[in-house]
Design a protein around this ligand. Structure first.
Ligand SMILES: Nc1ncnc2c1ncn2[C@@H]1O[C@H](COP(=O)(O)OP(=O)(O)OP(=O)(O)O)[C@@H](O)[C@H]1O
Ligand SMILES: [Mg+2]
Length: 232
């Protein structure tokens, strides 16, 4: 098999929060690489530093020290505007609370971003339809969020994140508000995107059974990586 390209390189990534003189060492000297097409699950107990790590990887926060590159680009030290642009155009996000606009249909929730980016209405609509089909919601394009189940809402959020074909898809506990059965469906959707499009995914979870959908599991404990294992 052809060797996959390294997309993410992290060296000594550290994040200490300083609140009124009290320092919390949320993440310490994390070093690892991620190849294109990996589906990473970041595991660990509450407070172990999972969200801290995901926010830094997703350019929503900066490390206290350490290096981080995406495709050899030093994304930590990009000028603020370029960093924001990179985040908007190259990275996709799914959070536990869906963050959909209630007044808009599934299709509108997905295509509004590409309209704002200046794409034509026709192209935006087509992209949205394709993204929603890829998460199994091709028949629910015109539903508003309160006509959708929790799992369907999360799948709309995933469609919104993948519509721009991001280099990396980040998900922080995407199943936190879902029951076991629905969680399985959402994880299955992520796994399919990973397989079908070789989509690189970094997902935070604290449920052990969720890790079976991933290709690699990074385990955090008290802000340290304590294990890093490939599953397939
Ligand atoms: N903005 C902040 N200011 C100060 N401390 C913070 C901040 N954000 C997180 N922390 C602390 O950093 C540590 C790691 O937090 P983090 O949110 O990364 O954990 P987590 O693994 O995502 O936990 P959970 O499973 O509960 O979401 C915790 O001790 C937390 O209290
Ligand atoms: Mg968290």
């Amino acid at each position: 098999m052809e060797k996959e390209k390294t997309i993410i390189k992290v060296k000594d990534m550290t994040r200490h929060y300083n609140t009124n003189g009290i320092v919390v060492k949320a993440l310490n000297n994390a070093s690892f690489e991620i190849k294109k097409g990996e589906f990473i699950a970041i595991m660990g107990a509450s407070g172990s530093g999972k969200t801290t790590m995901l926010r830094i990887l997703g350019l929503l926060d900066k490390p206290t020290k350490g290096q981080y590159t995406i495709n050899n680009l030093d994304v930590v030290n990009l000028p603020e505007e370029e960093r924001n642009y990179y985040r908007l155009t190259q990275l996709g996000y799914v959070f536990q609370d869906y963050a959909l606009i209630n007044e808009m249909t599934a299709s509108e929730n997905v295509h509004i971003l590409s309209l704002m980016e200046g794409k034509s209405k026709k192209e935006s609509l087509l992209n949205a339809k394709e993204a929603l089909e890829n998460v199994g919601l091709g028949d629910k394009l015109e539903r508003v969020p309160n006509q959708l189940s929790g799992g369907e809402k999360q799948r709309v959020a995933i469609a919104r994140a993948i519509a721009k074909k991001p280099r990396i898809l980040f998900a922080d506990e995407p199943c936190a508000n879902l029951d076991t059965h629905t969680s399985g469906q959402v994880l299955e959707v992520l796994k399919n995107l990973n397989k079908k499009f070789n989509q690189t995914i970094v997902m935070v979870t604290h449920e052990l059974w969720h890790t079976k959908y991933a290709s690699r599991v990074i385990q955090l404990k008290d802000g340290f990586i304590v294990s890093d294992k490939r599953r397939r």
